[in-house]
Design a protein around this ligand. Structure first.
Ligand code: FAD
Length: 396
């Protein structure tokens, strides 16, 4: 626990209790006691009139990093199935763990998920810490952050990787504040400095104009949320061996403030851009919303899905779920066809790792051609119908 009370100094005034936003301080025998609901915000430290509360730290202002070992991956699940990003994190986690010569563990929270736990071993985990409880069936911030916080306190991993999904983006900051460590959000690359066991976490910064590599030298675990679709997925190895440890959490219904009454799925069609082997994307060069009909037609012909630049999303020609780029999705399909897209750095950030890029643009100097494997200089309203016709001829 990062926040501590000096019992001898505490006068039992209760000022800290009233100011705590997490309801994490109890008065027991007229002394303040910090519970594990603490989010380490420090509000109580500022409020205490007798300086009886402090943030725990070692001499170098951090923790004893040699106490921490092992790489953990949060195995996010929905309706009892782990997400694809978990396999991406396992692939990356395996490389990091091998380099650091340490163990790779997947942390799975849920209920009746034994089969999924076994599967995580086949995707490369040495160990699965499977926390099984009815209260963990559906994600809640309080429940999940408490359980993982308890595990971190007890087992001290040196690295924790979380998918930058909606849930991961909620869980990561809450956990890092509770544990009192740093979190690099939305990473697109991870490397290791083996000598001092530091994780080098890289992400776009300053509007995507440069890539920043961020370190967490004094605190552990080193935490990172990683964009789905960026890392290569771990492969399934039927013969890979590991251990599934089933853990019973110290969790009560009262620990969870928000109750999930019902899960209602969005009625918008799901655009599985990160999974698609072929993406045909449209940009402002389409001229109007109607232009996406042509993009859809080409995508359908190729057996792909429709992507979009932010310019078209901002003008409401298409839903944000189709957006590729820094503030959209990161994709690496086998084929990416960019139609009427200039190739701004923020768009490239989301698609430049595609295996084959085809660009159609009427401006021969458009930056998209710098990353394209095949470039077609021309009006998309002439080029795309010709492509569709050529594909029809192939079909015939
Ligand atoms: P434009 O830049 O206007 O390009 C249109 C292109 O179409 C031009 O190259 C033109 O030559 C061509 N064209 C025009 N007519 C035709 C025709 N008939 N046939 C063929 N070609 C034609 N953008 C994203 O895409 N994704 C993001 O996630 C994203 N995140 C951002 C985050 C931040 C913080 C910021 C500041 C910006 C972000 N952007 C993002 C916006 C980005 O900077 C660009 O503005 C955007 O990508 C431009 O979209 P576009 O290429 O469709 O439009």
């Amino acid at each position: 626990m990062a926040i501590k009370v000096i019992k001898e100094k505490c006068v039992g005034c209760g000022a800290c209790v009233t100011v705590c936003p997490a309801d994490a301080i109890n008065m027991i025998d007229k002394k303040a006691v910090i519970t594990d609901k603490c989010i380490a915000c420090g509000a109580c430290i500022d409020k205490c009139p007798v300086e009886a509360i402090y943030k725990e730290s070692t001499k170098n202002g951090g923790v004893n990093i040699d106490d921490y070992r092992g790489v953990w991956v949060f195995a996010e699940q929905r309706e009892g199935k782990t997400l694809n990003v978990v396999r991406e994190l396992l692939g990356e986690g395996r490389k990091i763990a091998d380099e650091l010569e340490t163990e790779l563990s997947a942390v799975l929270l849920g209920h009746n998920m034994e089969e999924e736990a076994d599967l995580l071993i086949k995707y490369g985990a040495d160990k699965v810490i499977y926390v099984d409880d009815e209260l963990l069936d559906v994600y809640t911030t309080d429940g999940y952050s408490k359980v993982i916080f308890d595990l971190i306190e007890e087992r001290k991993p040196e690295i924790l990787l979380i998918g930058a999904t909606n849930i991961g983006r909620d869980l990561g900051p809450r956990l890092s504040a509770k544990v009192h460590t740093g979190l690099t959000a939305d990473c697109t690359r991870l490397d290791v400095d083996k000598e001092n066991r530091r994780l080098m976490m890289t992400r776009p910064a300053f509007g995507g104009n440069l890539m920043a590599t961020i370190l967490c030298p004094k605190h552990r675990p080193q935490m990172s949320t990683v964009r789905p679709g960026v890392m290569e997925k771990a492969k399934l190895h039927e013969d890979h061996e590991g251990v599934v440890e089933v853990v019973k959490p110290n969790l009560k219904a009262e620990d969870i403030k928000a109750k999930v009454v019902e899960v209602v799925k969005s009625d918008k069609p799901v655009v599985a851009l990160e999974e698609a082997p072929i993406i045909v994307s449209g940009g402002r060069g389409l001229g109007n919303e109607e232009g996406f009909k042509l993009i859809e037609e080409l995508a359908e012909k190729l057996g792909g899905v429709v992507g979009a630049s932010r310019a078209t999303v901002d003008t409401n020609w298409i839903d944000h779920s189709h957006q590729v780029g820094q503030t959209g999705k990161t994709v690496r399909p086998g084929l990416y066809v960019a139609c009427g897209i200039s190739g701004a750095i923020q768009h490239l950030a989301g698609m430049q790792d595609s295996k084959c890029i085809v660009a159609i643009n009427k401006d021969a100097n458009a930056p998209i051609f710098e990353v394209a494997d095949y470039g077609i200089v021309g009006d998309l309203y002439e080029v795309i119908p010709e492509l569709i016709q050529a594909l029809d001829n192939v079909d015939d």
